[in-house]
Design a protein around this ligand. Sequence first.
Ligand code: SAJ
Length: 402
Amino acid sequence: MNPEVVTIGLGYIGLPTSALIASNNTNVLGVDINQSVVDTINKGKIHIVEPDLDVVVSKAVSDGFLKVSTRPTAADVFLIVVPTPFKGNHEPDISFVEAATKGIIPLLKKGDLYIIESTSPIGTTEKMEKLIYTTRPELKDEIYIAYCPERVLPGNVMYELVENDRVIGGVNQASTQKAISFYRRYVKGELHATNSRTAEMCKLVENSSRDSQIAFANELSLICDKADINVWELINLANKHPRVNILQPGCGVGGHCIAVDPYFILSDYPAESKMIGKAREVNNYKSFWCAEKIQNEKLQFELKHGRKPKTALMGLAFKPNINDLRESPAKYIAQKVLQNSNNEEHFIVEPNIDSHSVYKLTDYKEASEKADIIAFLVAHNDFKELAISEDKIILDFTGITK
Ligand code: SAJ
C-alpha cells in the first residue's frame, strides 16, 4: 500500500515534520539520499540533536506509520524539505529542490498535492510548477502546488511545528485551500492564505528582519566600545521605552537560516536591498572585529607581562545551549585567532560537544582557571556559573558577565 505522504529530505526540519505527521496516524514515507540516515531512522533512532524528537520518531517507526527509504513512491501528498544552500557568490542554489521535484514527477497523479517547505528564492514554486507541467502536460491544473515555509526554532521544533502560525501560498486558490486543509490536520496555529511568491518572500523577510535587528545591536556594541559605554546597560535602559525593543549584540550571526536567507533577497534584488545587505555586512564584520579584539588583547598582555598569554575561547556553537556549529561566528573567530597565533597556548571550549575533528577541546572550568585571557564567544548557561578570579582579563562578546 502506498503512503499518504512522502517527505523528501530528512534533516533538521524534514525529519521532525515527517515524525509529527506520522504520529497523527498518517502513513508517511520519508526519503533521504543518505543511506546511513535512512538506516538510523529505520532503527527508530535519529541523526540530529533536537529535544523530544527521538521519542516521537521511535514511536512512529515502531507503530509502522513512519517508514524511510532512499527512493520515493507514489503518494497523495509530497513535501519537499531539502536544503537550499548558496553558491560561492551568495547566489541561492535550488538544485536540491529541482532534483527532489524531478524524482517525484513520474509518480504524480491527478489530485496530488505538491508542497515546497524549503527556504527558496522568490518564484521557485512557479519554476517547479513549470517543470512539472512541461514534463507531464496531461497533469496541467489537475494537481495542487503550494509553498509553505517552516519557521521553527532549533531546540523547540516539536512544540513550534504544532503551535506556530503558518503562511501558505498556492499557485492558485484551489492549491492554497488544498494545502491549508492538509496542514490543518497537524497544526494548531493559524493558517494564513496567500500566493506562492508572497509566502516565499515572507520566509526570507522574517529572517532578514531578525538579521537587521541583530545588526543594529551589533553596530551599537561597536560604537559603545569606542565611546566607553556598557552596551548591555545601554540596551537594557533603552528597552525601558514602551516602543523600543533592541536585541542583544553577540560575536556575529550564525546558523543556516538568518546568516543565509537575506542573500536570497539580496542576490535577486541587489539595487533595492540596501539595508538587508548592510545588515549582513555589519554582522559579518562583528565576527572579524571580535577576532581582532582578542588578537590585540594578547599583544597588550605580552607587552605588559613579558610573556605570551594563555587564552580561553569559550564556545563554538552558533548560539547558546546547542551543539550546532554550522555557520558559527564563534568557530570563525576561533579559527582566525588560531591562524594568527604564534605558538602561544589556547584552550578551545565547547561544553555541548564531546569532541571536534579539528580542535582539541578543554573543559570550561579548567580553561577558565588556566587562561590569562577569557573570551566569551557564546552565552552558554554552563558558563554563567563560573567563578572567575579577578586577575583574569575578560573579553565578553555575549553579555554573559554583565
Ligand atoms: N543572535 C544575536 N542576538 C540576538 C539573537 C540572536 O546575536 O539577540 C544570533 C544568535 O547567536 C545566532 C543567530 O543570531 O548566531 C541566529 O539565532 P536565532 O536564535 O535568532 O535564530 P535561528 O537561526 O536559530 O532560527 C531562525 C528563526 N527565525 C526568526 O527568529 C525570524 C526561526 O524561527 C526560523 O525557523 C529559523 O531561523 C529558520 O529555520 O529559518
